[in-house]
Design a binder for this molecule. Structure first.
Ligand code: AMP
Ligand code: ZN
Length: 468
């Protein structure tokens, strides 16, 4: 049985999907106005690991990850998501491109980063701009139901029409009254109302006709409209980073439940932030690393993935180069054992894997406790290497099966290092010198390889090359 922490219930709950055996899952995707950074990747690797676990448990998962290409405003942190300027419009103006060109460029980058870090593609990546009619229909319905109102071509959601507003974040209207001050739009009845549709100012290039004005949708309505379209009235799981809880997800609940009259999401899961120097890593602050920065320093995206898994998704994580260096060591140890087992002669003996596999799986089934699961796996690696060193017999088939199962669930794949021709030639010459017991020549070639960044390691199975 799988238990997960539900932000809505504020406790761990047994997971039970609406339809047995099937899981409808929606993960808030990127706003495509800049390079996604490794903080965003923490959110996507989390939802990918959850999906992998669900599939491992035998569920048929349908995952939707949206692409936000309109409506996300620059000042979303200080308001209800409708203050400031559209992030894509701003970037397009700065780069003298169209918002569509900006979106296409950064969406493409996002997919490449997903692939690099081995995220299984979602079943669909709906873009907000391709779903304007769906949003307009939903807004019309909300107006009809008395949950939204129109002023000067803008449409706002009336938060007082939804009595359980605040149930996800704790920001009930009562609490909000005494809380932070808010920059209120002059057309709003209540400062906590939020925009469903905004009339476009003359210079705004992204604009669509609507019954209220030529304008553009608010950020929150896109996720409600698209999840309804692709997953139905009630989703099993909705994920996002902790910054999405309020106002974004709170607003999604209000819009969706007012429209359908049904519970919107059964389990809300939020990952905490990846920080850097104690600050949230974010595009708007510019204090971020991309996957290229990681690779440039000699790490693989798989090291980053393993680093993410080494912390629980509900704990904050501070990115440091020391931590990723440790993750790299762990990854190398894991893959070295796979190689060692695969090249060892077949053997049988006691099953070292099964008891540890149970611990590993129990940790994952307990709210995706990846650090505990990883610790179990590394303990297994230590034990197995010890047995191999001491030439003790054990069930190698079970060991390989467990390792492969764990690597698959963790989304860790072999890193392919392409070895330049020149390096291959030097390594072959060194191996030949070694075979001839010409150790002076062999050492000379080893130093030559080292000077161009390649380390040779002599193992009982022959010498191996590694990047320095
Ligand atoms: P955005 O492109 O800003 O809409 O963010 C895309 C996803 O990444 C959302 O689910 C955010 O909550 C999440 N996210 C943004 N910054 C971070 C961070 N520093 N750490 C973890 N998740 C983040
Ligand atoms: Zn969203």
């Amino acid at each position: 049985m799988l238990t997960i922490y539900n932000t809505l219930a504020k406790r761990k709950e047994a997971f039970e999907p609406l339809h047995p055996g099937k899981v409808g899952m929606y993960a808030c995707g990127p706003t495509v106005y800049d390079y996604i950074h490794i903080g965003n990747l923490r959110a996507y690797v989390f939802s990918d690991t959850l999906r992998r676990l669900l599939e491992h448990e035998g569920y048929e998962v349908r995952l939707i990850r949206n692409i936000t290409d309109v409506g996300h405003m620059t000042d979303d942190a200080i308001a209800q998501g409708d203050s400031g300027e559209d992030k894509l419009e701003k970037k397009a103006r700065a780069e003298q491109k169209s918002p569509a060109e900006i979106a296409a460029f950064y969406e493409d980058y996002f997919h490449r980063a997903e692939e690099a870090i081995n995220i299984i593609p979602a079943h669909f990546y709906p873009a907000a701009t391709a779903h304007i009619p769906h949003m307009i229909r939903m807004i019309e319905d909300l107006i009809r139901k008395g949950c939204a109102y129109t002023v000067n071509g803008n449409v706002f959601f009336d938060v007082t029409s939804f009595p359980s507003y605040g149930k996800l974040s704790g920001n009930t209207l009562e609490n909000l009254k005494v809380g932070a001050r808010l920059e209120a739009h002059p057309d709003k009845k209540n400062p906590w109302d939020f925009a469903l549709w905004l009339k476009a100012p003359a210079e705004h290039t992204m604009r669509w006709p609507s019954p209220w004005s030529e304008g553009y949708p608010g950020w929150h309505i896109e996720c409600s409209a698209m999840s309804l379209e692709y997953l139905g009235d009630t989703l099993d799981i909705h994920t996002g980073g902790e910054d999405n809880i309020f106002p974004h997800h709170e607003a999604e609940i209000a819009q969706s439940e007012c429209t359908t009259g049904k519970p919107f999401v059964r389990y809300w899961l939020h990952n905490r932030h990846l920080k850097i120097d104690g600050e949230k890593m974010s595009k708007s602050q510019g204090n971020f690393y991309t996957i290229e920065d990681i690779v440039e320093k000699g790490y693989s995206p798989m090291d980053l993935r393993l680093l993410f898994l080494s912390a629980h998704y509900r704990s904050q994580m501070n990115f440091t180069w020391d931590a990723i260096a440790q993750a790299k060591k762990n990854r190398e140890t894991l893959f070295a054992l796979v190689h060692r087992l695969e090249s060892a002669p077949p053997m049988t003996g006691p099953d070292l894997a099964s008891p540890i596999r149970e611990t590993w799986l129990a940790a994952l089934r307990d709210d995706l406790n990846t650090p505990l699961a990883l610790a179990a796996l590394l303990e297994f690696v230590r034990l197995t290497n010890g047995s191999l060193d001491r030439k003790e017999l054990f069930d190698a088939r079970q060991a390989i099966a467990f390792l492969k199962e764990a690597l698959l669930l963790f989304g860790l794949k072999t890193v392919k290092v392409s070895i330049p021709k020149e390096v291959q030639v030097l390594a072959a010459a060194r191996e030949a010198a070694r075979q001839e017991k010409n150790f002076a020549r062999s050492d000379e070639l080893r130093d030559k390889l080292l000077s161009i960044g390649w380390v040779t390691e002599d193992t009982p199975e022959g010498s191996k090359l590694k990047k320095k």
